[in-house]
Design a protein around this ligand. Sequence first.
Ligand code: GAP
Length: 396
Amino acid sequence: MEKIVSLCKRRGFVFQGSEIYGGLAGTWDWGHFGVALKNNLKQSWWKKFVDGRRDMYGLDAAILMKDKVWEASGHVAGFSDPTEDGKQFNVMFKTQIGAGEEAAVSYLRPETAQGMFVNFKNTIDAFHPKLPFGMAQIGKAFRNEIAPRDFIFRQREFEQMEIEYFIQPTDWEKYFEYWRGEMLEWMEEVGLAMDKVHELEVPDNERAHYSKRTIDFEFDYPFGRLELFGLAYRTDFDLKNHGLEYLDEETSEKIVPHVIEPSFGVDRAVLALILSAYAEDEKNGEVRSYLKFAPSIAPVICAVSPLLKNKPELVEYANTKVFAPLKTEFGRVIWDDNGNIGKRYRRQDEIGTPFCIVVDFDTLTDDTVTVRDRDTGEQERVKVADLKNYIKERIS
Ligand code: GAP
């Protein structure tokens, strides 16, 4: 774990929050490559679960909501953890809205889910969906965790990707199974080590107050087998408490739909992905560490280098004929001319860059470049004119 934390800092993925002031426990700041990795994960999730479907409606609700939301949802009364002296501590962050005596109590949301429940009616009025249908949201959540720990595993400010899937009450078992499969499929698609993913049937006395059945997807982290994502059957608990219902326009029948909730933590997804991708091997008698991200998820798709940075003809060619067109096409392309080629490869290996492209003296006469594969270390000559397609094929 120490190696991972150090790599994440050294290579600009994740920094400790408020570090220059001694750090603020449970908060982490994301550097350039961490943001890119997180964005790629979120995009892949949105593409599969929102854009890739006909029955899903996206939302981006406000983080601040009226205190009544959290009273109805049961969080004011019951979202607590025991402290060391046995007392219950509500882990919602309380804040105030407005000034002086007029100020109203509010909370930073501890889950994105409630934003979707309170917009259930708006979504129906705007889009007229038929059951079953879902709402999806990606956003920050806040919990005043008593003991934040294990790097980005347990934080006080983190991000969730959640779906509330509304169904006929009798269909719950069918859709619970269905979403179980969808969740596993996405985990595999983004490159999680599936032999480290395990399912735990959460017992009655350990489930959240709103759930009748929960499966935790656990992951084998270096600090133990612990929760990665959750799948819950929330029944009609939330809609009922908010006084919301659904009118079947064909039968004119009013019902309170039931809810299946697949919930994904973005930060835990990133951590599990980095742990899945981390590898070490020996190259030229030296141990190297690298991240074998799938090209579609990697923060950087390729790095472009002139063999020598003090040769203007190489720099000019690399910049105008290789870097600029690839950067325009793919965005996630970086220029790297620091240190010798060996050092550049090591650096890109640690970031998880699948391809390193080097412009050398042969390039000037035959318009080919060296493309070096991160995992095998093998190099091949590719025509500059074919580079875009070469990379496109490998990303897809
Ligand atoms: N809406 C349901 C819900 O919030 P949860 O199991 O409390 O359920 C869902 O949280 C997911 O959010 C977890 O599976 C985990 O991935 C992530 N998560 C929860 N607490 C977290 C924390 N303190 N730090 C980082 N991620 C967290």
